[in-house]
Design a protein around this ligand. Structure first.
Ligand code: LMR
Length: 336
């Protein structure tokens, strides 16, 4: 990037939750957490008209923080102004899920939001713009965006499952009492929902000499196949229950991780999880936005190929694919 731009889109009625993510995210970006300590950034922030004054307050704070990397802030309620020239679009805005509400309940509200955002991005973003959808239902919002922005290459439209990936790393590190930075190569397969499959079949922990398999170290298959999976799958709901609000700081931090690795590359022999357009790898139906293990290099992600999938995993991969296929059908029915 000569100068990375970022668009933080926020639309919908109840805006406090996306605003929390946006408010956590912008200082991280301005400090270089997302694009590195040498990359100047311009931030484009979008909100709805009733929030214009508050958004301007965020702009004032960004100026007051005197971030050396921050080369400009556009705070606007005009979607075209927000989208114009952006290199990276982080879509945190949507109609948020409330305690006790199923993700499907928010589908129709989000379909219409993402359809219109797609048009604005397609027409006004910079060529090669990379898009990360954070707002739920993230996979299907990303799919709708892809459908309505056909000139944006499908490789450039992704959704956030790095949050789930990081949660899985966190759970393993807590269980084994090891540094989270020493755990790697967990996988989140599928949907950013409670059907996701957090898989440790290939995960390792750094040891004094080389690496050890998580499965060997935990040695409690029942926990790995039961409580561990359920905890990661239900973590979003547990945070909502505890905070009475969705996760915000962990979502923002994971969004930075997602973009940083996509743009700057994944570390050697390490993969991460990203929701990407399925090409049919691992017999996942093509045409879904599905979370896979990926490595990134030169600004492009590639699905890690050739991993063994046992019978237990196969069922889990298929179950979350099935949910995504249903979500896709539901989303399309909201379009008509
Ligand atoms: C999360 O994973 O924290 C959120 O996606 C939960 C939610 O449904 O808002």
């Amino acid at each position: 990037f000569a100068c990375g731009s970022l668009l933080s889109l926020r639309l919908g009625k109840n805006q406090e939750e996306p605003r929390q993510i946006g408010y956590a995210l912008v200082p991280m970006i301005a400090r270089g957490v997302m694009l590195g300590p040498d990359q100047p950034v311009r931030l484009h922030l979008l909100d709805i008209p009733p929030a214009a004054e508050a958004l301007n307050g965020v702009k004032m704070e960004l100026i007051d923080a005197a971030f050396p990397l921050l080369k400009g802030v556009v705070a606007t309620i005009d979607v075209i102004e927000a989208c114009t020239g952006v290199n990276i679009a982080v879509m945190v805005g949507g109609y948020p899920r409330k305690e006790g509400m199923e993700r499907k309940d928010v589908m129709s509200k989000n379909v219409s939001i993402y359809k219109s955002q797609a048009a604005a991005l397609e027409q006004h973003a910079a060529a090669g713009c990379k898009v990360l959808v954070v707002a739920n239902p993230a996979n299907t919002n990303a799919l709708i965006l892809k459908e309505f922005a056909p000139s944006i290459p499908e490789k450039n439209i992704t959704c956030l499952t790095r949050l789930d990936h990081n949660r899985a790393l966190g759970q393993i590190s807590e269980r084994l009492n090891v540094q989270v930075s020493d755990v790697k190569n967990v996988i989140i397969w599928g949907n950013h929902s409670s059907t996701q499959y957090p898989d440790v079949s290939h995960a390792t922990v750094k040891a004094q000499h080389g690496e050890k398999h998580v499965r060997e170290l935990v040695a409690d298959d029942e926990w790995l196949r039961g409580e561990f999976i359920a905890t990661v799958q239900q973590r979003g709901a547990a945070i909502i229950k505890a905070r009475k609000l969705s996760s915000a700081l962990s979502a923002a931090s994971s969004a930075c991780d997602h973009i940083r690795d996509w743009v700057l590359g994944t570390p050697e022999a390490t993969w991460v999880s990203m929701g990407v357009y399925s090409d049919g790898s691992y017999n996942v139906p093509a045409g879904l936005i599905y979370s896979f293990p990926v490595t990134c290099r030169d600004g492009e992600w590639s699905i890690v190929q050739g991993l063994s999938i046992d019978e237990f995993s196969r069922k889990k991969l298929d179950a979350t694919a099935e949910e995504l296929t249903e979500e896709k059908a539901l989303a399309y029915s909201c379009l008509s």
